[in-house]
Write a protein that binds this ligand. Structure first.
Ligand SMILES: [Fe+2]
Ligand SMILES: [Fe+2]
Length: 251
């Protein structure tokens, strides 16, 4: 079983909800992918980002990854991070993991948010806004438009600065110019904005003729918020420490 040196077993003792009761300390390559997805259904969302199709039957994670040409250690790193709140890979683990898919994985996550989830939420917002008093509709649409601009700028900045920086380092090239320092705060701000959006929708929008769609919208936003928090963890706990380690080791 994969274990981390700096994370004591007791760290996971808080995981005692019925969802997690039957899970061992961490996921391993020998476990069935179906069992992992059953343990944490959010993992179904990350499979397309690895190019792993559904229909994996009874295959283990190791077998599925081999067939999809995905480094299994990296896949497990992501699945564990998505599932165990206190999971924190140490630098030895990052240094010995095949990180060739890190940038493609993060880019695929950005595409999923910008091309699928955000437009989907936008459609709900426009539809609901068209059914409520105009001044409320305008505020709702403006708030969402501001959020989309902010998150797009955030993704673009990562795609222009951090991702190319990592790709260069992985090819043994250390860029001379110093990259903009990475701000964890910007992740918090994005999540705060999404929380504000849900509050606006269920606390302050007057009753409208689309209660079911409004509820759907709230759950879509909550799901996106939770996924983006995990995405942020991948960047803060994997991407940045790994970039820093590669830089240090090239000095
Ligand atoms: Fe990102
Ligand atoms: Fe980010």
């Amino acid at each position: 079983m994969m274990r981390l040196k700096n994370v004591k077993q007791k760290t996971y003792q808080h995981i005692n909800t019925s969802t997690y009761q039957h899970i061992p300390i961490m996921f391993t390559a020998k476990m069935k992918l179906a069992d992992i997805v059953a343990a944490n259904h959010n993992i179904i969302l990350v499979l397309p980002r690895f190019g792993i199709p559904l229909g994996f039957g009874e295959k283990s994670v190791g077998e599925v990854c081999k067939a999809a040409n995905v480094p299994v250690d990296f896949m497990l790193l992501i699945c564990n991070l998505y599932t165990f709140d206190d999971y924190l890979p140490d630098i030895n683990q990052l240094a010995t993991t095949d990180m060739s898919m890190l940038v493609p994985y993060l880019k695929a996550s950005h595409s999923y948010y910008t091309e699928e989830r955000l437009p989907h939420i936008g459609k709900h917002i426009n539809h609901i806004a068209s059914r409520i008093e105009e001044k409320y509709g305008r505020v709702l649409k403006q708030f969402y438009a501001d959020f989309r601009k902010e998150i797009n700028d955030h993704f673009l900045s990562e795609e222009k600065i951090e991702f190319p920086k990592l790709l260069s380092l992985q090819q043994g090239v250390r860029k001379c110019r110093t990259a903009k320092s990475y701000s964890e705060k910007s992740h918090e701000e994005l999540v705060d904005k999404l929380n504000d959006l849900t509050q606006i929708v269920y606390k302050y929008l007057p009753g409208n003729s689309l209660p079911e769609e409004t509820m759907e919208l709230v759950f879509d936003i909550l799901q996106l918020s939770s996924d983006i928090q995990k995405h942020a963890l991948v960047e803060e706990k994997i991407l940045i420490p790994y970039i820093n380690w590669l830089e240090r080791s090239m000095k």
